[in-house]
Ligand binder design. Structure first.
Ligand code: KIV
Ligand code: NA
Length: 275
């Protein structure tokens, strides 16, 4: 299993880091079999598996429940778990308690927090307490209300400068990596060059140290539309719906179950039963 120090070395050697989300036992097992370096139990689970409109309603309990299943499916992969909305803002004490539960109760290896500013001191406190932290800058979905929608961030020079400073702040606070979401490729490249910890991009172009995508998005599983930055490798949805339709039709038309799906009793036992 790769660890935080390995990710630093990968950046130095120009070896890309592969991160993918997983939310349950089978997706985690597939991610591990597929050879990803890091599994992210993202709070995007609120949208892709729980059906919420945003990540805001996701709770620590939700994250623990799903991360436990992920851990059972991927015992040999580094697992990062998202800290949900408002669980790392009230105080350093609350942040440590919540992160402690997310790590201790699940077996995950690190937590991810969105933003800089007041979050920097939390990154520092967590790292000092022995909990590896992945930062998350650019489009931070937990702030969708403040950002005014899911839009590309850091497009103007002023916002870009702030983002570069934030990335340095996260590194200085002890973060082992930064997820950088939905920013112009030139800015992402500059961020990756200006810090020594790996920058894992999503919608941030190719000149970063790794990529992360959502499991359901790359597989076309249960999702109707995907953002521009997603590469969909398959669309399993139609296969799944066709399979369910075929099952329903078989039941209605008395074509399932067949003999091969059926158990039988021996004749002699039937004789005893009915006389
Ligand atoms: O929750 C999530 O899936 C994420 C990634 C998109 C980076 O935070
Ligand atoms: Na997230």
């Amino acid at each position: 299993m790769k660890q935080t120090t390995d990710f630093l070395k990968m950046k130095e050697k120009n070896e890309k880091i592969v991160m993918l989300t997983a939310y349950d036992y089978p997706s985690a097992k597939q991610a591990e079999q597929g050879g990803v370096d890091v599994i992210l139990v993202g709070d995007s689970l609120g949208m892709v598996v729980l059906g919420y409109d945003s990540t805001i309603p996701v709770t620590v309990e939700d994250m623990i429940h799903h991360t436990k299943a992920v851990k059972r499916g991927a015992k040999d992969t580094f697992i990062v778990v998202d800290m949900p909305f408002l669980t790392y803002h009230l105080s350093v004490r609350d942040t440590l308690i919540n992160a402690g539960r997310l790590i201790q109760e699940t077996g995950a290896h690190a937590v991810k927090l969105e933003g800089a500013d007041e979050v920097i001191e939390k990154i520092s406190a967590l790292t000092k307490a022995g909990i590896p932290v992945c930062a998350h800058l650019g489009l931070t979905p937990q702030s969708v209300g403040v950002l005014g929608g899911y839009k590309v961030q850091g497009k103007d020079a002023h916002a870009a400068k702030k983002l570069l400073e934030d990335a340095k702040g996260c590194e200085e606070a002890g973060a082992f990596a930064v997820v950088l979401e939905c920013v112009p490729k030139q800015l992402a490249e500059e961020v990756a060059k200006s810090i020594s910890i790996p920058v894992i991009g999503i919608g941030a172009g190719i000149s970063v140290d790794g990529q992360v995508l959502v499991y359901h998005d790359i597989l076309g599983y249960g999702v109707e539309r995907v953002p521009k930055f997603v590469k969909q490798y398959h669309s399993v949805n139609p296969f799944m719906i066709e399979s369910i339709q075929a099952y329903a039709a078989d039941v209605k038309n008395n074509q399932f179950p067949e003999d091969k799906h059926t158990f039988t009793m021996k004749e002699e036992e039937l004789k005893v039963l009915y006389g």
